[in-house]
Design a binder for this molecule. Structure first.
Ligand SMILES: Nc1ncnc2c1ncn2[C@@H]1O[C@H](COP(=O)(O)OP(=O)(O)OP(=O)(O)O)[C@@H](O)[C@H]1O
Length: 264
């Protein structure tokens, strides 16, 4: 039973299975991601993390079960969801300018670029300002660093006031400082906009300060738990198939460390 005092969960799976190319990617997925959470989506390569996002975005039908996203069936082009795919910025054409990329988040297509209203232009500027990218708004994406590009991609995802942000590996290829800045930005967005954020990540450590929950793909099934229940040595060791230690420093910082395969 859902507590009537709480907002409804943003993503609900009821006994969901997904197949790709004739094989089951994951099955028996039953979970509910609460509104306002910052969720790490974790699991080994090929476990189906991106597949989960594609299901939520209505890009991939499920083979069994029922999915609800923001209270409705998943559907393509749902403006309430902001999505930054894996390697998104690398896949863009070289020529596009930052402001135009963010404008696509409002108009949905390139033809709209010339006909944008003053109100929409203001929203684009506000999104660029919010991620700290206004200074380079008129530069081409190809002229920016990886950290700057990721900010602009996030600006595009939030420009339409998304209620759910799906970020696939937003920290990949970023140095430690840029990773930290993007993580800080995610924490701020969550507080300011009450947005729910789901982040696919291979390295949990930089995200731990902001994560409230995790969805983890274990033995072919997706599960959801509060982050504290997931950052456990047994669970992470099982999940990744290599010994993982959980370390807590005297300052209370928590991090994980892989220390190699189990001895045979
Ligand atoms: N377009 C596709 N057609 C068929 N199978 C696919 C397709 N895309 C992915 N798969 C398969 O689905 C499974 C899950 O892929 P997915 O990309 O969701 O995994 P992932 O957990 O995000 O992996 P990674 O961590 O490597 O990015 C993999 O076995 C993959 O080979």
């Amino acid at each position: 039973m859902t507590d009537p005092g709480l907002p409804p969960p943003v993503l609900v799976l009821e006994d969901v299975s997904v197949e790709r190319g004739g094989r089951t990617v994951w099955s028996q997925g039953t979970l509910a991601v609460p509104a306002g959470a910052v969720v790490g989506v974790i699991g080994p390569n090929g476990a189906g993390k991106t597949t989960l996002f594609q299901v939520a975005l209505g890009l991939l039908p499920v083979s069994a079960g029922r999915v609800r996203v923001l209270g409705a069936e998943p559907r393509r082009g749902d403006r309430r969801i902001g999505y930054v795919p894996q390697n998104y910025t690398a896949a863009l054409g070289d020529a596009i300018r930052c402001r135009d990329l963010v404008t696509l988040g409002v108009t949905g297509h390139r033809f709209g670029l010339r006909r944008i209203s003053a109100a929409d232009r203001a929203r684009v500027d506000e999104a660029l300002r919010r991620v700290g990218a206004l200074d380079y708004a008129d530069r081409r994406m190809s002229e920016l660093s990886g950290g700057q590009q990721q900010r602009v991609a996030i600006a595009q995802a939030i420009v339409d006031d998304a209620e759910l942000l799906l970020l696939d590996e937003p920290l990949a290829n970023l140095d430690l400082r840029n990773q930290q800045e993007i993580v800080t930005l995610l924490g701020e967005l969550r507080r300011e906009r009450a947005v729910t954020i789901m982040v696919v990540a291979h390295d949990l450590n930089p995200l731990l300060p902001v994560l409230t929950d995790a969805v983890y793909l274990l033995d072919g099934h997706p599960h959801h738990d509060p982050i504290g229940d997931v950052v456990q040595e047994d669970l992470l060791t099982h999940l990744y198939g290599t010994t993982v230690r959980v370390v807590r420093t005297a300052q209370g910082d928590l991090f994980t460390r892989a220390i190699g395969p189990e001895p045979l």
